[in-house]
Design a protein around this ligand. Structure first.
Ligand SMILES: [Zn+2]
Ligand SMILES: [Zn+2]
Length: 309
């Protein structure tokens, strides 16, 4: 009698040889992103914000280097996720208590910087005064539908701390631990939406398109010309900024009327999904004049919920 193949066995049958998931690299993830943000700040309309983001991401790199290893997911949770095609550890349900100490480290680094925006001081002070329970509640909002309007300025700082612990956790997994999830439009590790998709170059992943998680930075493969929000393969189109090159294009979907950016390393080998998404805000402004809504926010940019009070 035929038996059902397990995910590891399916991988073994896959002769195409490219990785299904690309887990984040602790040593380079945030350093590469910070370098790219500094590069993209040159001549950019939002140069000051990109330089601030670069400083924040550099502080993430330094905090991650000092972070004690996060605990691996329990074996029963891994088995459950595999059996039900569910993400391994949905971020909002599995907050690591260590994230709050990471947030304090980030706030200290920003407060000590000479060139932090003056508007940041009250945001840092308010975050420091929150109780642990209130911080966890804010984290769940930021990971979920987005923060309430009053918390908009704090949201990128909270996300920055969460990204560190979730990227650390993801970086310690093995590709065979990662379930095949349905829908394929959420991160198979932490259930967050992708911030953007990226066409990779080099190595076995070269020439393949990956969705890049905005929270834990795991990348998972999705074929090209397919909506990364509703998985439609019909009515997919691309829009860019005139004379803006084609490193970053908006991939639009007629079915669900959303767009998400595609960052193309074939056009610039230094392209980094989160940084290039953030630096191409002009494209978002142009898309604001179309019928397409942005599918999900950039974690380092404060964006209000549609129904925010
Ligand atoms: Zn993730
Ligand atoms: Zn769609």
């Amino acid at each position: 009698m035929p038996r059902i193949l397990q995910p590891g066995e399916i991988e073994a049958l896959d002769h195409s040889g490219f990785p299904r998931v690309r887990l984040p690299q602790r040593g380079s993830l945030f350093a590469d992103r910070a370098a790219r943000l500094r590069q993209l700040a040159e001549g950019n309309a939002i140069a000051d914000y990109l330089r601030f983001a670069a400083r924040l991401v550099q502080a993430q790199h330094e905090a991650l280097a000092r972070l004690p290893a996060t605990a691996p997911p329990p074996a029963d949770r891994m088995a459950l996720a595999q059996a039900h095609s569910m993400p391994l550890m949905p971020a909002a349900d599995t907050l690591d208590p260590g994230w709050q100490a990471v947030l304090r480290t980030l706030l200290d680094a920003l407060a000590a910087a000479d060139d932090s925006p003056a508007a940041l001081a009250p945001v840092i002070a308010a975050l420091r005064q929150r109780t642990p329970a209130a911080l966890d509640a804010l984290a769940v909002q930021v990971l979920g539908d987005g923060p309430p309007a009053a918390e908009l300025a704090a949201a990128p700082l909270v996300m920055a701390a969460l990204q560190i612990v979730f990227a650390d956790r993801a970086s310690r997994l093995s590709p065979q631990d990662i379930p095949y999830t349905d829908p394929a439009t959420l991160c198979p590790v932490c259930a967050s939406p992708p911030v953007a998709s990226v066409l990779r170059i080099g190595g076995a992943a070269g020439g393949h398109r990956y969705l890049h998680c905005g929270t834990c930075a795991t990348e998972w493969h999705m074929v090209r010309i397919k909506c990364s929000h509703c998985e439609s393969t019909q009515g997919i189109h691309y829009q860019g900024v005139q004379d803006g090159g084609s490193v970053v294009l908006a991939e639009t979907c007629d079915s669900c009327q959303t767009y998400r950016k595609l960052v193309n390393q074939e056009k610039d080998p230094h392209a980094e999904p989160l940084a290039d998404d953030l630096a191409s805000l002009t494209l978002d402004l142009l898309m604001g004049d179309t019928a397409f809504a942005r599918a999900s926010a950039n974690p380092l940019l404060a964006m209000a919920r549609e129904d925010a009070p």
